[in-house]
Design a protein around this ligand. Sequence first.
Ligand code: 2AM
Length: 169
Amino acid sequence: MRLFLALVPPPELRRRFGELADAAHEHCGGRRVADDNLHLTLAFLGEQPKHRAEELADWLSGMHIAPGQWRLDRWGHFTGPGIVWIGGTSETGLIRLRQSLREDLEGLGIDVRPRRFTPHITLLRRVEQPPATSLPEVALDWSYSRAALVLSEPTHRGSRYTPLAWSRA
Ligand code: 2AM
């Protein structure tokens, strides 16, 4: 089972991310991420056996994460996979959260890679050109308090993400 830990946006924010994805798609082309799939990856866990997925679900549903607010205020681009994303400039809370999840996961025998963490929400994939300067301004706040363990499955229409467990409210 292909798993990752994520923050899942509330519906209104998801809608705003979708509007930015549409604007970016118009300028840059590539493949727009479907609204249902928009999220922040906190930790990519890769392929895990079913028993491990159950263990992870138990672990996450028994814990609280430190709540925080993420200010999204910039566009970014990963050249290799041609990813266009939105993210922020002041992200101490998210970086601490990722670090604490990493430590817990290490205790469960999972080594989270890569070590470097650039919090981002992927809006487009397979973009050949960097984003144009004329993209709309990003100014969104995301108040988060729960993380999800998400299953990623391939379908003929792209990946399908299904939350398997949530941290406590
Ligand atoms: P992304 O956030 O840049 O889109 C589910 O596949 C999520 O895990 C995606 O959001 C993806 O990154 C991230 N992901 C997929 N493969 C990965 C890998 N090999 N290393 C790190 N993150 C990965």
